[in-house]
Ligand binder design. Structure first.
Ligand code: UFG
Length: 327
């Protein structure tokens, strides 16, 4: 059985669907602070799903999962993810992301579970010295959130040397879109991400979409990001899991489309996909945004045989259908 921590959240939920649809028995462990019970309910009929409500910061919670179920690998999503909040409240981030992960890893070692796929982020690189970013780029995270992810990557390597733990770290670029059957989608509170914010403004009249910064050194002045579809992302986790099972080898991969799109391009695409004339306000830059981030994902292609398949239009379309279903 596969343990998915944070499986009631956005990316974890889509990954859970992917694994269930391919006949894997899974147990989701989630404290439901940012994850949603609705996601668990939506997943129940897909396959062999177990759910445990618990918190990684409580070692007894996670230990009991390993006692109750015969776990053979872990996909670890659980963690706080908001950059701005991490700057204001680093204690919250270090306690949950670091301490929570240590509790998870120690429970794994105690139970002789030695395979883990870890959700890392392109935020580990910090301000890019060159693009596209490859895995060898200098790691210099700009905020506590990114630092917790890099620390966990390092902890995983130390646990390999000491205890033989094998890990695949996936460094996500900007994850976008929703389940193509609209069973789940992106659902954060507060919502800070670009695509859901554009789409929310379609349904909520008082919620005018804001573009943060139009004076960046890019072709149209707005930030460039690499928007990878969440179902493609789920596939990357399956490939990483199978790679671990087959090769028992640790590694790290960028997961992105290798294509950069500006905020204005995403906005224009959203207008054409929805057929709505969406209002927009131009605002000053948001703190801590790099001008340009996109992936060199050739390593994932070569070693995991993974590549991005879905287009930005497809991601926005499924995200729109999901947003519509929520309103
Ligand atoms: N943006 C807007 N308006 C909004 C929301 C976002 O203009 O309402 C802009 C941002 O300024 C940025 C771009 O859209 O230029 C993308 O912003 P997101 O918040 O969607 O995503 P980020 O690139 O900031 O964050 C993502 C992940 C983080 C990760 C980070 C690494 O969500 O978890 O990449 O850089 F840390």
């Amino acid at each position: 059985m596969i343990l998915i921590t944070g499986g009631a959240g956005y990316i974890g939920g889509h990954c859970a669907i992917h694994f269930l649809e391919r006949g894997k028995e899974i147990v989701i462990f989630d404290n439901l602070e940012n994850g949603h019970i609705e996601t668990i309910n939506a997943l129940k009929n897909i396959g062999n799903l177990h759910f445990v409500k618990g918190d990684l910061r409580d070692i007894d919670d996670i230990k009991s999962v390993f006692k109750q179920y015969d776990i053979d690998a872990v996909i670890h999503f659980a963690g706080y993810i908001q950059v701005e909040e991490s700057v204001k409240n680093p204690s919250k981030y270090y306690k949950n992301n670091i301490l929570g992960t240590l509790n998870l890893l120690d429970s794994m070692i105690e139970n002789n579970v030695k395979n883990i796929v870890f959700s890392s982020t392109c935020a580990v690189y910090g301000e890019p010295e060159y693009t596209p970013l490859d895995e060898k780029h200098k790691k210099n995270p700009l905020n506590p959130y990114g630092r917790t992810k890099l620390m966990i990557e390092n902890i995983l390597d130390d646990y390999e040397i000491a205890y033989g733990l094998k890990s695949v770290k996936l460094r996500y670029f900007n994850v976008a879109g929703a389940d193509s059957k609209t069973r789940t989608g992106e659902w954060h509170d507060p919502e800070t991400h670009l695509i859901p914010n554009i789409l929310k403004s379609v349904f909520e009249k008082d919620n005018i979409f804001k573009i943060f910064g139009t004076d960046y050194d890019t072709f149209d002045g707005t930030c460039i990001r690499d928007y990878v579809n969440v179902e493609d992302m789920a596939k990357a986790h399956m490939k990483a899991y199978l790679y671990l099972k087959e090769h028992q080898k640790s590694d790290v991969f960028n997961i992105g489309t290798e294509q950069g799109n500006s905020v204005k391009e995403v906005f224009d695409t959203a207008k054409s996909v929805t057929g709505k004339d969406i209002k927009v306000k131009l605002e000053p830059r948001r703190d801590g945004d790099a001008a340009k981030l996109f992936a060199d994902a050739s390593k994932a292609k070569k070693i995991l045989d993974w590549h991005s398949e879905k287009t930005l239009e497809e991601s926005i379309k499924t995200a729109y259908l999901w947003e519509k279903s929520r309103h």
